[in-house]
Design a protein. Structure first.
Length: 238
């Protein structure tokens, strides 16, 4: 939190004395396609990806200056990746995981639309593998506790744009940039699909992926500005 406060101060330094910025907070939810992407699985002749979905919900705080802003999202997510064994050697496999996700995003809002980009840190709470027969096994020890992703999103304001109240609808894409699998533990048993010899041609990372829709509702907390020309700036709660 200390470093985040410093970041916000740097971003708005030199502008608050002349103009105003506002802070808002909101609730949000997102849902869409999820998966664990691994090039070795994609190249393997016995395995293919099935459609799988996930969802997240939580809240956000935004620090905004005119069209520009920094948003902090905290979401609680549930996701899965479904793998189909086309060779008939073994049952289909679904990997399910839950996480607490922290986003730090830059947002540009113009013409009733927005664009956002930035990093996400996922704190993995549990990972389970479920076979076609319904058998579930805990595989959390084979996966990292923390994973980082890059995030890109865009959308439109459905309600309001003045900082007092707004509702937005958009698309969000997330792609992992660090390995979710613990290589030393997962490589010997061929995770994420438990396939012998999966990495005979070399180890490849397992990264989370999300592509879906997001809905957000925001309420203004307050703004900083000058009541009149030459007056001393202050923060005003809405």
């Amino acid at each position: 939190m200390k470093y985040f406060t410093i970041l916000i101060s740097v971003l708005f330094a030199g502008t608050l004395s002349a103009q105003s910025f506002y802070i808002d907070a909101g609730i949000k939810a997102q849902t869409g396609a999820t998966s664990l992407l691994n090039q070795a699985v994609s190249d393997h002749p016995l395995w293919t990806y099935d459609i799988s979905t996930g969802f997240s919900f939580g809240g956000k705080v935004g620090f905004n200056f005119e069209d520009h802003g920094i948003t902090v999202d905290v979401l609680f997510g549930q996701a899965e990746s479904s793998f189909e064994n086309d060779g008939g050697v073994g049952p289909n496999l679904i990997t399910e995981w839950s996480s607490t996700d922290l986003y730090l995003l830059y947002r540009l809002s113009r013409y009733r639309g927005y664009l956002e980009i930035g990093p996400k840190a996922s704190f993995i709470r549990n990972v389970d593998n479920r076979n076609a027969d319904g058998t579930t096994s805990d595989f959390a020890s084979f996966y990292e506790d923390q994973v980082y992703s890059g995030v890109l999103g865009f959308g439109t304001y459905l309600i309001g744009t003045d900082g007092r109240f707004s509702g937005i609808f958009g698309l969000r894409f997330e792609y992992g940039i660090t390995d979710m699998l613990t290589q030393a533990d997962g490589e010997p048993i061929g995770l994420p699909v438990l396939q012998d010899g999966l990495y005979d041609n070399g180890y490849t990372q397992t990264v989370p992926f999300f592509a879906g829709i997001v809905f957000e509702m925001n309420w203004g907390i307050g703004y900083y500005g000058k009541a009149s020309c030459g007056a001393r700036g202050k923060f005003i709660f809405l």
